[in-house]
Design a protein around this ligand. Structure first.
Ligand code: GDP
Length: 303
């Protein structure tokens, strides 16, 4: 699915509110900005991000001496993209894929957010690109997680390395690395358990897994992707905070954007946490994962 289709709910809601606003206000005044603020907050852009955005918009309006609202759609789109990237960002926006050596992607996130599904979709995409992919079933904790990953492995036609339920995730990932090396794989995607109830446990488990990966493949993991569910709104933000304290999150996979009218959460995550969104999930099918593109996303809102 492309943004236009996958973000139907956000787009219909957002663009109808914006069009309605622009139809009612001819001149750009304080009331206009206040209503715009409400629209953005209702789309889950997040209070901090909205405030920064409104400030930027007011400055731009002054700078360009804009009096009437007919030019505002363009200005709002531009500023939404700008607010997404922020200033002085040293983040790598697209996936950090190694060319001639093994790329290791570690995937973290709480249960139910769409972690397994996203791993399956990624595996399928890499496979479509002609890459050799191995999956490591490191979520040995959640019942059925290993079997579910195997299902996705079959669908994407990639190998899944596993041990029995309850075994040590770091040991599974160690096996995964060995298998990936001997099969000359291009990409190894490692699943992990999503226990958040106990932050110390989570930190210990992730740092053990990280140590194994770092030891076996210097420079890896190349990506630590945190999977968040867009339909949980501001809750997703707080999960992102917790996980970035536990490990070095390099990117976000934001799932279920198709299931919410509040897609503005993408902007809040990037702006407030300075973590780039690398993929968005736009449905339940294997092809419903897109590399995130802030331009396409924002312009999709108005399309
Ligand atoms: P996990 O516990 O984090 O591994 O979550 P799962 O991968 O099992 O996904 C939980 C549910 O969310 C499943 O029913 C998936 O089909 C669904 N899901 C995952 N990603 C998306 C998405 O992008 N859009 C929609 N609509 N559903 C999704």
């Amino acid at each position: 699915k492309k943004y236009k289709e996958g973000m139907e709910k956000t787009r219909t809601s957002f663009s109808s509110k914006i069009n309605n606003l622009l139809a009612r206000y001819r001149s750009v005044d304080e009331d206009f900005f206040e209503e715009l603020e409400d629209i953005l907050i209702s789309a889950d852009v997040g209070v901090t991000t909205v405030m920064d955005l409104i400030d930027e918009l007011k400055m731009e309006v002054k700078r360009q001496n804009i009096k009437e609202t007919d030019k505002m759609k363009e200005v709002i789109s531009e500023k939404l993209v700008e607010i997404y990237y922020g200033e002085d960002s040293d983040q790598i926006e697209s996936m950090n894929i190694q060319n001639d050596e093994l790329t290791i992607i570690l995937v973290v996130g709480v249960n139910g957010v769409g972690k397994t599904t996203s791993i399956g979709k990624m595996a399928y995409q890499f496979k479509q690109e002609g890459k050799r992919v191995v999956l490591a079933a490191g979520d040995t904790f959640r019942a059925g997680a290993i079997e579910q990953l195997e299902e996705w492995g079959k669908r994407a036609e990639v190998d899944v390395i596993k041990q029995s339920a309850g075994s040590d995730p770091a040991a599974v990932i160690f096996d995964g690395i060995k298998a990936a090396k001997s099969r000359k794989a291009d990409v190894l995607i490692c699943d992990t358990a999503g226990r958040l109830q106990n932050k110390v446990n989570l930190m210990n488990e992730l740092s053990k897994v990280n140590r194994v990966i770092e030891r076996e493949v210097p420079g890896a993991p190349h990506e630590v992707l945190l999977v968040l569910d867009a339909t949980t709104g501001q809750n997703a933000l707080s999960q992102a905070k917790t996980f970035s304290e536990a490990t070095n999150v390099s990117g976000i996979v934001l799932t279920k954007l198709d299931g919410t009218a509040k897609g503005g959460i993408v902007l809040a995550i990037r702006h407030e946490l300075n973590i780039p969104v690398k993929y968005v999930g736009l449905g339940e099918q294997v092809g419903d994962l897109q590399e995130f593109d802030a331009h396409a996303f924002v312009y999709g809102l108005f399309a």
